[in-house]
Write a protein that binds this ligand. Structure first.
Ligand SMILES: [Zn+2]
Length: 405
């Protein structure tokens, strides 16, 4: 028996991706089904279901699930789940589909049928209600809220059969690992207590410090990068992967850290997304999730430690995976090292407080980066990336919310 944490709500992983002859047959059948277009977020959710990252979901949520998740973070079955995983379409398309129909889910970005689905329910939702419950705002400037408000007016529920993982296995052959693969990897390394470090940024000194705190108290750390869609101006996954690889090679002890990626888009739901991050890390075999300042936040929609506090508000048995809550970390001149609000007694003027956003702004403008913020090997990779950007691609980085402080 594995000593790793159990998958969420299940003794085994439940990947919904078909294989071999079953996959071939379903791919052929899919061509004869009515096709509906899916969004990038829905495609990421599907691939995640395909690889067992969203165990034990068997498809897109029903209205009862949606309501339970929005209002009490609980599906109709009673299973803990913090963010609705739903599929939507427009009224016109929905009118052509009956409950009980099988449909093909077509991803226009990839020009590919990603899955088939048996529609068990068509329903409408109160979108602003979902936004208030999950994102704590209905402000359209919030990228996650905008995704919900822009989605179709009719939700479709039902079990899915996943047919493809998109480009992830070929585009990221070294880092795209399924939950079954990370579990195998941990077993091979004899790791039982593994902490996941969630990132959508290259790792700078403060991230390195968070990961090293976890290395001190765990068997190993999984640096787990988001490979799906980000906001404009964020650093692409390939560049980020290279920067993180260099950092691991030069600044960590062998066999204490591994890097991997997962296929979701960011929702920027702050505290609720931190819970989702912990939930699917449990499926990847991680007993801990490192939760720093403003986890999965955007702008100033969330308090810097809301994502810590929310773990105290859920039932004790909701998740096996637990947060490793770490305070705001930084370089301090007086401490002569990395430190945190909890350990450094010095004045703010002694501390180097730079957000990832502020760094991106400096790099995109070709400015010098202060010492001790990031390792030179990491900065060299980022500088090369920014120098290669065309003027149009070099999105102006706007400072707002916590990042401006
Ligand atoms: Zn200090």
């Amino acid at each position: 028996m594995s000593k790793l944490v159990n998958p969420h709500g299940s003794a085994v992983l439940k990947p919904l991706l078909l294989e071999g002859a079953a996959l071939k047959a379903e791919q052929t059948r899919a061509l004869s089904l009515a096709k509906i277009n899916i969004s990038s977020r829905e495609a990421g959710d599907l691939i995640m279901m395909g690889i067992g990252g969203f165990t034990p979901l068997d498809g897109f949520m029903t209205r009862a699930d949606w309501e339970g998740v929005c209002d009490g973070m609980k599906m109709a079955s009673g299973l803990f789940w913090p963010i609705p995983i739903t599929l939507s379409t427009d009224q016109l398309t929905a009118d052509t589909i009956k409950e009980g129909d099988d449909i093909a889910l077509f991803d226009p970005d990839r020009d590919e049928i990603l899955a088939t689905m048996t529609v068990t329910e068509k329903y409408t939702i109160d979108k602003p209600h979902e936004c208030m419950q999950v994102y704590k705002t209905t402000d359209e400037k919030h990228p996650g809220v905008k995704m919900v408000l822009d989605q179709g007016d009719i939700n479709l529920a039902g079990p899915v059969k996943v047919l493809s993982q998109g480009e992830f296995p070929t585009q990221y052959p070294d880092t795209y690992l399924t939950p079954a693969q990370t579990r195998e990897l941990f077993k091979a390394k004899n790791w039982v207590k593994v902490a996941a470090f969630q990132t959508r940024n290259p790792m700078h000194r403060s991230h390195e410090y968070l990961a090293k705190i976890a290395v001190e108290i765990c068997d190993g750390v999984l640096v787990h990068s988001l490979l799906g869609k980000l906001k404009p101006g964020d650093i692409p996954a390939e560049v980020r992967g290279e920067a993180i690889g260099t950092l691991i090679e030069n600044y960590f002890v062998d066999n204490t850290v591994v890097q991997a990626g997962y296929p979701l888009d960011m929702r920027y739901a702050g505290p609720r997304e931190a819970l989702l991050h912990a939930l699917f890390r449990q499926n990847y075999g991680c007993a801990f999730l490192i939760v720093g300042r403003d986890h999965a936040g955007v702008g100033d929609y969330y308090g810097p430690f809301d994502a810590h506090d929310i773990f105290d508000d859920i039932p004790k048995d909701a998740l096996e995976t637990q947060p490793l809550k770490i305070d705001w970390t930084f370089w301090c001149n007086k401490c002569e090292g990395m430190s945190s609000m909890k350990t450094c007694p010095h004045d703010a003027s002694e501390r180097l407080l730079l957000s990832g956003t502020k760094l991106r702004k400096m790099l995109s403008e070709g400015a010098d980066v202060p010492d001790h913020f990031s390792r030179p090997e990491v900065l060299a990779i980022l500088r090369k990336y920014y120098e290669g950007l065309s003027v149009e691609d070099n999105v102006e980085v706007k400072m707002s919310g916590h990042s401006a402080k």
